[in-house]
Design a protein around this ligand. Structure first.
Ligand SMILES: *Cc1c(COP(=O)(O)O)cnc(C)c1O
Length: 409
């Protein structure tokens, strides 16, 4: 107040950012782990909490990157600023392998290459009005909520994913404008069936809503009947944006490459009811705020689509899936109720005797020296659940699971 009275000008902070809850989940986990290790230097703690891959990049990817680096070293083949949309050599492979083979036809201009889905999710959220009402699953990847809060969008409806509804959110009774769907889901590992996706597309059409379809874990899908893309559903191009990433698909978490599909049929409206083409608006947004993914990175992603590339990345996925299967089966043997772990690298387990998520965390850390992620950290409906990931080494996964099963046998 004093300052206003003195009429001193000052820079103001964007107060929407102050509405964020503290990002305490992963910092609390890390602090607890460090504290335990300090007090128990002789004990080895195994981390099954990380949501990051651990296997190195596929050899074909490394080869492609090296070749691209060499090109950068010669005047004739050097590349400067890239095309914001992404290079055609990569887009064409995506159109063919990810879509055409699944019966979906898209145009080059509908696929945007970028440096990670996290940024794309935020970029898309930004081109829609902050007055929109948003539906987000609970529990879910926390970035959806936080991105919207940062944009000043506070009208958020949480769709509860519980054991009763098979961790599949029910369609809201009320109207919502933006719907976040994540399938296979992080953290619950559940996948949306064709029928469920059809229902969402129908709802979105009836409500003029837009679906943000996050399918960065699609490579983990097991069941042949589960769609890999929302565009396998008729009419989805009119209502959905799809987010894909090479992070989990090919271990690019440190390389950074993703793509987002914004179909030309997709429209939103001005307040006066005029239709606006989101593909054009998103392109405008990208060209102003995003500097294109690196040439080297896009060559690396392209290599994923060679026959050898497909073979090599699938070997890595199989490795993680074997870990997931092991965790699931061994925990079930001692009586745990376990979800996920089939079409997903995540195991979503119910804590025994309705233990709180954090109490279970403490017990595992103190008595088995295993770190996981308390389910409640992904939303209040995650209370009483716990997430383990399959991204560790086979040896560590086995050791961790054996310690847990001993504790609860
Ligand atoms: C890892 C992850 C992403 C995206 O990661 P990027 O590395 O930014 O591509 C998006 N959504 C979910 C649910 C994730 O778990």
């Amino acid at each position: 107040m004093r300052y206003f009275e003195r009429k001193i000008k000052m820079a103001n902070v964007n107060e929407d950012f102050l509405n964020l809850e503290n990002d305490y989940l992963f910092s609390t986990i890390t602090n607890k782990k460090i504290e335990f290790e300090k007090n128990n230097p002789d004990k080895k703690v195994i981390n099954l909490g990380i949501g990051d891959v651990s296997l190195p990049l596929a050899p074909v990817v490394i080869e492609a990157m090296k070749k691209a680096v060499d090109e950068m070293s010669k005047k004739e083949t050097f590349r400067g600023y890239g095309i914001v949309q992404g290079y055609d050599f990569l887009i064409d492979r995506i159109l063919d392998v990810e879509y055409k083979k699944r019966g979906v036809s898209l145009e080059r201009q509908e696929v945007f290459i970028a440096a990670g889905s996290k940024g794309d999710l935020a970029g898309m959220a930004e081109i829609l009005s902050k007055e929109n009402k948003v539906a987000i699953m609970d529990p879910v990847y926390p970035a959806y909520r936080d991105t919207n809060i940062m944009l000043g969008r506070n009208d958020i409806v949480y769709l509860k994913a519980t054991e009763e509804n098979g961790f599949t959110p029910e369609i809201p009774k009320e109207h919502v404008d933006i719907i976040y769907l994540c399938s296979p889901n992080n953290p619950t590992g559940t996948v949306l069936t064709r029928k469920q996706l059809e229902d969402w597309v129908k709802y979105a059409k009836e409500n003029n809503s837009i679906i943000f379809y996050d399918s960065v874990y699609e490579i983990f899908i097991e069941d042949r009947d589960i769609p890999h893309s929302i565009y396998e559903i008729e009419g989805a191009k009119e209502v959905a944006v799809e987010f894909r990433s090479y992070s989990k698909l090919a271990g690019f978490t440190g390389v950074r490459c993703s793509f987002t599909v914004v179909p030309k049929e997709l429209k939103a409206y001005t307040k006066s009811g005029k239709k606006v083409d989101l593909n054009t608006l998103f392109r405008r947004r990208q060209s102003t705020k995003f500097g294109a993914a690196a040439y080297i990175t896009q060559r690396a992603a392209e290599a994923v689509y060679t026959d050898l590339g497909q073979k090599q990345i699938r070997e890595n996925i199989r490795y993680y899936k074997e870990n997931a299967k092991y965790i699931k089966e061994e925990l079930e043997k001692v009586g745990f109720t376990v979800y996920g772990g089939e079409s997903s690298p995540y195991i979503w387990l119910k804590t025994p005797n309705n233990m709180k998520s954090w109490d279970f965390f403490d017990k595992l850390l103190n008595e088995a020296q295993v770190v996981g992620t308390p389910g409640v950290g992904f939303g209040s409906s995650g209370e009483g659940y716990f997430r383990l990931t399959a991204f560790s080494s086979k040896e560590d996964t086995k050791e961790a699971v054996n310690r847990i099963t001993k504790l609860f046998n």
